[in-house]
Design a protein around this ligand. Structure first.
Ligand code: HEM
Length: 503
C-alpha cells in the first residue's frame, strides 16, 4: 500500500491522462488490426447506408464512378445489406471463377420473387446447390446439342425466321416508311426460342405474342425495381395498382403455361420435339423411379418457371442486343458498308449466310462483339451472394454479401481498352494489338449464361439479314438514335425509328 501511495504522490494528473490515452489508442489500433479488413468504399450513413451515392443515377454508372475512386473492389451498404462491387476482369476471375462455388449464390428472396415463383423452383433466382446443378445440366446439354454444327433443326428454324424478317423488311422498304424495328426483331427472336423450348411459333400480328411480351416486360420491371410490397409486405392485401398489375400478369403467364404443358403431356411421343418434352419425360422417369427428391424439382410449376425464364430472359437480352447493333450501325455507316461488302464477297450476291458459318464473316462477328462490349446489355449481371466467409485480394468478404459483377465497368476499363467509349469493331479484328479482352457479356463462372450460343446464332443471322440488302439510316430530320439507354436489369435503347434504303 505504501508503495502505491508513494507512486501516486510522484505521478501528476497529466501523466495519468497521457498514459491512459496511449493505452486506449494502442488497444483500439490492435482491435482494428485484428478486425477483418473489408474492401474500401465510401462511408455509409446510419440506416440508409450508401443509398445516396447510387440513388437517382443509372446503377452501372454510379458503381463505375465509385470504382474509379476506390478501385477494383468497392464495399457498400444498401439499406442494411452488405454489397461488394467487382469492377475489373482480374477481380471477376479471382471471385467468380477461382472461387466459383463461394460466389455462386443468389440474394435472399423478397416478396416479388416469392410471388413470381410460388411453390415452384427455377434457375435464375435459385441458390447454388444440387437442384440448380441438376437444372443447369439438363438445359445446357439440351441447348448445346441444338447449337452444335450439323443440327439441321435449329438451323432450319433460324433460317425460317430470317426469311420471315427479310419478307417484312422488303415490304417496309417498298412503302418507303420509317418504322420502329423492336416488335419485328423480338418476334423472330422469340420464335426461335419458342420453337426450341416449346415447339410453337407466333405469326406476324399475333395478340398472344403481344400479350406475352407485355407480361415479360411487367415481370422484368417488377424484378428490377423494388415494388413497394417488397419493402412493406403487409401491403400485398391492399389494392396497390402496380402490385395488382403484376399479379394479373403472373395469372396470364400461368394460364398460358398450364395450357402449353397440358397440350405437351397429351402429345408426348418417343422423339423429343423441344426442351419441354425432355423435362416432362424426366418428370415421368422420376415418378417411375419413385425418386421423390427429383420429382420435387420437376413439378409442373417448376418446369413452367424454367421454360418461361429461358424464353422470356432470352427474348429480352437478345432483342436488346440487336437493337443496339442497329443503333451503332446507323451511327457508324463505314462499318455497315464493310459488313455489306464482306457478306457479298463471301456469298457472291444477296444470298444470306448460314447460322453455322459465322467464322467466314469476321467483320460482322467483330461488330457484334463490339456491340455486346459497348452496350453491356446486362450492365451489372444478376446479383450474386457469397455462400460463406472468404478472402478476396487480401480483403475479408463475409457470408451473405450481395456481389455485383459490374460488366459495364469491365467493358469500359481504360486500362484494358484504348478509347473504351468509341465504337470500334477493329478491336476484335487484330487491328488494335495489345488490347486485353476485358470482356464478359454473358457473365463468367458457375452462373454463366446458358443461352449464349443460341443467342449468338440468332444475332448473327438477323444482323446479316438487315445489312445484306439495305443501308440502315434514321428518318430524315430525326436525330441519330441515342446511346445512353434506359437503365434497369437490362440496358434498353430508347425507342427509335429506322428507314431502309435498298443498296
Ligand atoms: C445477348 C443475349 C444475352 C446476354 C447478353 C446474356 C447475358 C447473361 C448474363 C450476364 C447472365 C448472368 C450471369 C451471372 O449471373 O453471373 C445470364 C444468365 C442467364 N442467361 Fe443469359 N444472356 C443472353 C441470352 C440468353 C438466352 C437466349 C437465354 C436462354 C435461352 C439465356 C439464359 C440465361 C439463364 C437461364 C441465365 C441464368 C443462369 C444461372 O442463374 O445459373 N440468356 N445471361
Amino acid at each position: 500500500m505504501a508503495f502505491f501511495e508513494r507512486l501516486l504522490n510522484q505521478v501528476d494528473l497529466s501523466t495519468v491522462l497521457v498514459a491512459t490515452a496511449v493505452f486506449l489508442t494502442t488497444f483500439w489500433l490492435l482491435q482494428q488490426y485484428r478486425k477483418p479488413r473489408l474492401p474500401p468504399g465510401p462511408m455509409a450513413w446510419p440506416l440508409i447506408g450508401n443509398m445516396p451515392q447510387v440513388f437517382g443515377k443509372a446503377l452501372h454508372l454510379a458503381l463505375t464512378n465509385l470504382g474509379d475512386k476506390y478501385g477494383p473492389l468497392v464495399w457498400l451498404n444498401m439499406g442494411g445489406e452488405n454489397v461488394l462491387v467487382v469492377n475489373t476482369i482480374d477481380s471477376a476471375i479471382s471471385s467468380f471463377v477461382r472461387q466459383g462455388r463461394v460466389f455462386a449464390g443468389r440474394p435472399k428472396q423478397r416478396k416479388t420473387v416469392e410471388v413470381l415463383l410460388g411453390q415452384g423452383k427455377d434457375i435464375v433466382m435459385s441458390d447454388a446447390g444440387p437442384g440448380l446443378k441438376f437444372y443447369r445440366k439438363l438445359v445446357h446439354s439440351f441447348l448445346s446439342s441444338q447449337t452444335k454444327g450439323g443440327k439441321v433443326h435449329l438451323e432450319d428454324m433460324i433460317m425460317l425466321e430470317t426469311e420471315s424478317l427479310s419478307d417484312k423488311l422488303a415490304l417496309v422498304c417498298k412503302t418507303g416508311t420509317s418504322f420502329d424495328p423492336k416488335l419485328d426483331i423480338s418476334r423472330v427472336v422469340a420464335n426461335v426460342l419458342c420453337m426450341c423450348i416449346l415447339d410453337r411459333r407466333f405469326e406476324d400480328v399475333d395478340d398472344a405474342f403481344l400479350d406475352q411480351l407485355h407480361i415479360i416486360q411487367d415481370i422484368v420491371d417488377n424484378i428490377e425495381s423494388f415494388n413497394i410490397v417488397d419493402v412493406f409486405p403487409f401491403l400485398e392485401r391492399f389494392p396497390i395498382p402496380s402490385w395488382r398489375r403484376f399479379l394479373g400478369s403472373l395469372k396470364r403467364r400461368d394460364e398460358w403455361l398450364t395450357q402449353v404443358i397440358s397440350e405437351h403431356k397429351e402429345t408426348l411421343r418417343d422423339n423429343n420435339r423441344d426442351l419441354l418434352d425432355i423435362l416432362l419425360k424426366e418428370q415421368q422417369q422420376a415418378k417411375n423411379d419413385g425418386d421423390r427428391e427429383r420429382l420435387a424439382l420437376l413439378s409442373d410449376v417448376s418446369i413452367g418457371h424454367i421454360v418461361y425464364e429461358l424464353f422470356g430472359g432470352g427474348i429480352e437480352s437478345t432483342t436488346m442486343t440487336i437493337l443496339w447493333f442497329i443503333i451503332y450501325m446507323i451511327r457508324n455507316p463505314q462499318w455497315q458498308k464493310r459488313i455489306y461488302d464482306e457478306i457479298h464477297s463471301v456469298t457472291g450476291s444477296h444470298i444470306l449466310p448460314k447460322p453455322f458459318d459465322r467464322s467466314r464473316y469476321p467483320v460482322l462477328e467483330a461488330s457484334i462483339k463490339e456491340t455486346l462490349r459497348m452496350a453491356a446489355v446486362l450492365p451489372v449481371g444478376f446479383p450474386h451472394r457469397t455462400m460463406e466467409d472468404t478472402q478476396l485480394s487480401g480483403f475479408h468478404v463475409p457470408k451473405d454479401t450481395m456481389v455485383l459483377m459490374n460488366i459495364w465497368a469491365i467493358h469500359h476499363d481504360k486500362q484494358a481498352w484504348h478509347d473504351p467509349y468509341c465504337f470500334n469493331p477493329g478491336r476484335f479484328l487484330e487491328e488494335c494489338p495489345g488490347e486485353r479482352y476485358s470482356y464478359l457479356p454473358f457473365g463468367i463462372g458457375n452462373r454463366v449464361c446458358l443461352g449464349s450460343n443460341i443467342s449468338k446464332m440468332e444475332i448473327f443471322m438477323y444482323c446479316a439479314c438487315l445489312l445484306s440488302k439495305y443501308e440502315l439510316t434514321c428518318p430524315a430530320g430525326d436525330p441519330l438514335p441515342d446511346i445512353t439507354g434506359i437503365p434497369g436489369l437490362t440496358l434498353r435503347p430508347k425507342p427509335f425509328k429506322i428507314k431502309l434504303i435498298e443498296r
